[in-house]
Design a protein around this ligand. Sequence first.
Ligand code: SAH
Ligand code: SF4
Ligand code: F3S
Length: 512
Amino acid sequence: MNEEQRLDASKVTQKKEEKDYSQYFQHVYQPPNLRDARRRGKAEVEYHMDFEIDERFKGLGKGRKFFIRTYGCQMNVHDTEVIAGILTALGYEHTDTTDDADVILLNTCAIRENAENKVFGEIGNLKHVKQNNPEVLIGVCGCMAQEESVVNKILKSYQNVDIIFGTHNIHRLPNILDEAYMSKEKVIEVWSKEGDVIENLPKVREGGTKAWVNIMYGCDKFCTYCIVPFTRGKERSRMPEDILDEVRDLAARGYQEITLLGQNVNSYGKDLNLDYNYDLGDLMRDVSETDIPRVRFTTSHPWDFTDNLIEVLATGENLMPHIHLPVQSGNNDVLKIMGRKYTREEYLELVGKIRDRMPEVALTTDIIVGYPNETEEQFQDTLTLYQEVGFEHAYTYIYSPRDGTPAAKMEDNVSDQDKKDRLQRLNRLVTHYTRDALSKYQDEYVNVLCEGTSKKRDDVYAGYTDKSKLVNFTAPDDGVIGKIVKVKITETKNYSLMGEFVEVLNEEKVEA
Ligand code: SAH
Ligand code: SF4
Ligand code: F3S
């Protein structure tokens, strides 16, 4: 986004908001506006290779500590790694508790109402931290910060929040913090329209075994229920070479697995205007030729799942045989008003094509129940589709109206009780299929990338199989951590597998 567009965006919104909250505006005040967020900018996305911390901000964090709490999807988890990278470059140290933090950031998710409620609860809890230490800076960032209703609510009811910034201007964090320290006023800087693609942002990755790699930002699909196209802006792909450089660097540093990330990775490349055709299939092929042992990607939209992609995935090797393919509903009328742009039949045809080329593939999905006016019969179509595909797992949700989306304006005649009841019935089916998929592993051998010890016990190790099944297993010592190992499954549970270490398959040592 160029300067002119940005000023344009802020002019419109400032006029509207200035009256109500003017006491906060002496310094940076750039609030979000969902209507602006909907308008896709015509300007070409610019690629900046040159992120650098300005000299005047270096040392800003000296002697100070930061704490970040992350909500939402992998995109947010990865954004937190970037935020931590910037803060570390500024001289801040990480801390695990809010008690000794000088900066507390909540990286938020707006996908459903209960996700937002959790954040408001947490902001409330932080009031006592501010009372004990009035110098602490409390910040809200991420997808909720892109919503004007949220920003207004924070300004009105949560005086303890000092800074608010959005998903498009994370690289502005040094300026925002500096402004907050200098002015001692609230600093609100949210760009309603997406920014440019900025390469070489510093990152502090969580762990040295698995890494997230962004391949694109934003979403242009505008499913009628979804807030993401508003909070994340238009689709912007990173250049193939920049992605491949990042992957090669991760492989050289001993990372064992990468997940290519995007809201809708199947649209990758469409906006790039290259002289040649280059889509997700091409990118996956190039990524598979690097030395990284395992490659995953998320999230796929059934709409652009090309034959090229299926062919590339079918070559196997380091491309993991697990596809998360959200279906949302099994009924054509519901799919239509959701704006998903495929029918039940087309989805099933795609599943058939994928399974023809990859008979062993594990398929998982996302489902929304209780869409406005969803009938019992339409819900039944979702259950039958689930059975027909035989998904190995699903994330299931009750529809939650999101401010500014088309579905939020629809009348809804489905009672809360019916929605809960449908979710319960669907979840029973999901549990049944998940358990069934896991039970097939009894006495089988699987490959597991060991990530560390299990959550509950220090002498039990944990990791995921090629098909993303969680395995807890015994092993002689810590030598298995960070390696891909062969495990014999001794017990199957509802959501995980238990096993015994057999041998290390991949001897490469991972740097911490
Ligand atoms: N880009 C991904 C989805 C990201 S959001 C895709 O298109 O598949 C993750 C999941 O949250 C969605 O798949 C959907 O099932 C659910 N979701 C999104 N908006 C929702 C809403 N308003 N209410 C309930 N669930 C929602
Ligand atoms: Fe939301 Fe649809 Fe985009 Fe997924 S594809 S992020 S559900 S609008
Ligand atoms: Fe939530 Fe934003 Fe991800 S709304 S699901 S954190 S893109």
